[in-house]
Design a protein around this ligand. Structure first.
Ligand SMILES: Nc1ncnc2c1ncn2[C@@H]1O[C@H](COP(=O)(O)OP(=O)(O)OP(=O)(O)O)[C@@H](O)[C@H]1O
Length: 454
């Protein structure tokens, strides 16, 4: 393209046409209403618009789940894009005040970064795709995040460079979790627990946060002190009657020696701390899986429902990095066993629940064998994508921005499997007293017929 030599800028009518081409929703919306008013008449058009509004209201009241995942993000994004901070003059003022503009010296006009798209997957987080003005780089925005957050009355703003010339601003508008969530109640009966949706805490909408225990393997990542243990303890409490009744058998590798010692009693000695013992325990878990495979083969079944005959064998591996990366003498064997277990164990109910601080492939090269992922506070902006998948951070999973203070322990993100939208969640906190209750509940109720492997 030839370089412009004129000192004049484009005419207003051309700028308006370009604006409409970039924002076709306005063109389509106004044309549809005008066409409807001309053909059907203003009264009928009014009724149609009123009917659409009423239908939205009915949807909002009648089916909150689908409304919150489908309609609410679109409506929220639209109103914030066109009537809030990211709209026209508000946005330009924001850019002016924070010196996020550049000057065309020859033509003497100011160039503004342009809002291309706003997404608002959750009420607390917006992601704003911004085309940088000529002469800008993501660093210009990175230097201003604190000031922008104050100006937008947001908790924090993070910048994610996307491709040359574009950044995503991730604006966390508020902190939905200002309180500690108490440990889940332990249901009395095994029938009250759904192993496909085990209660872990709350999501940012104030709803239950549940995760599947069967049919998947779960990897939870988080820096030291991020509250990883609370995930495992909430899970154990929510499944307590199944553990008591021998329908879920818990195996624990506790290489940090202390974290899970309090629940050793509910594992029927399927517990190890030293790395060498962890290797033996994992071997026993894989051998159990192979025995179950043979039993199922003899019985002619390809899948089983959790029962005493075919219990779920949940292997909790705390700080998996310390077993598969930092102890070379055990790493290869443990990695091989876990790879075997995770690739075949789902059908037999042998499921892995692993916890890690540093989720890179160098540390955990079997990361892809975990279909289910949770990301608590991380130390690096690269970690959310490593754990939750490509673009997770750009979509709003700013786990690296969670302040490293005790008040935020248990807060993190998960990705909705269908919409790929990140959801901020907080695990319930299980106190030492709650752990004792769990152990008593399981032990007191056990019938004694559960065989220990030890
Ligand atoms: N869900 C939670 N809600 C509120 N506070 C929590 C929660 N989970 C943990 N905490 C608090 O944070 C502290 C650190 O938690 P925890 O030891 O589970 O972190 P961690 O991620 O396992 O760290 P490390 O990897 O170093 O063991 C706990 O002592 C507790 O006080």
């Amino acid at each position: 393209m030839s370089k412009s030599t004129s000192k004049r800028t484009k005419g207003a009518e051309f700028r308006a046409a370009i604006w409409l081409a970039r924002n076709p929703e306005w063109l389509l919306g106004t044309s549809a209403i005008t066409a409807s008013a001309c053909t059907l008449g203003p009264t009928t058009t009014g009724y149609v618009l009123g009917g659409a509004t009423a239908a939205t209201g009915i949807w909002y009241r009648g089916h909150p789940d689908s409304f919150d995942t489908v309609a609410a993000p679109a409506l929220r994004a639209f109103s914030r894009r066109w009537f809030g901070t990211y709209a026209g003059r508000h946005w330009r003022d924001l850019m002016d005040v924070h010196k996020l503009t550049t000057e065309h010296r020859r033509k003497q006009y100011t160039m503004y970064p342009r809002v291309v798209r706003v997404r608002s997957y959750s009420p607390s987080i917006d992601t704003v795709l911004v085309k940088l003005a000529a002469g800008q780089s993501p660093r210009h925005f990175e230097k201003q995040t604190e000031e922008l957050a104050h100006a937008m009355k947001a908790e924090r703003v993070a910048v994610e460079p996307l491709k040359p010339g574009y950044v995503a601003l991730i604006v966390q508008r508020d902190e939905p979790f200002t309180h500690v969530i108490p440990a889940p109640d332990m249901p009395e009966n095994a029938e009250d627990v759904d192993l496909r949706a085990v209660l872990l805490g709350e999501d940012e909408f104030g709803g239950d946060w549940t995760e599947p225990v069967i049919g998947t393997h779960t990897l939870s990542a988080g820096a030291t002190g991020s509250g990883k243990n609370s995930l495992a303890f909430a899970k154990l409490r929510s499944m307590a009657p199944l553990i008591r009744d021998g329908i879920v058998r818990v195996w624990i590798c506790d290489p940090k020696y202390l974290e899970f010692a309090a629940v050793k009693a509910i594992t029927e000695n399927r517990y190890a701390d030293d790395a060498g013992e962890c290797l033996e325990l994992i071997e026993a878990w894989v051998a159990d899986m192979e025995r179950t495979q043979k039993r199922m083969q003899r019985a002619g079944v390809r899948s089983v429902e959790p029962s005493r005959e075919y219990p779920v064998n949940l292997l909790i591996v705390d700080e998996i990095g310390s077993l598969v990366a930092y102890r070379p003498e055990y790493a290869r064997q443990i990695t091989g066993l876990l790879a075997r277990g995770t690739s075949m164990g789902r059908a037999t109910g042998h499921v892995l629940d692993a916890y890690i601080q540093e989720p890179s492939k160098d540390v955990l090269d079997i990361r892809d064998l975990f279909p289910n992922r949770i990301c608590l506070r991380t130390t690096s902006p690269t970690h959310p994508d490593m754990v939750l998948g490509e673009d997770a951070r750009a979509r709003g999973a700013i786990a690296d921005q969670i302040p490293a203070i005790p008040e935020t322990a248990g807060i993190g993100y998960r990705i909705d499997a269908r919409s790929r939208a990140p959801r901020r969640v907080r695990a319930a906190y299980t106190t030492d007293e709650n752990v004792r209750e769990l152990v008593e509940f399981v032990r007191d109720g056990q019938t004694g017929s559960i065989r220990s492997i030890a």
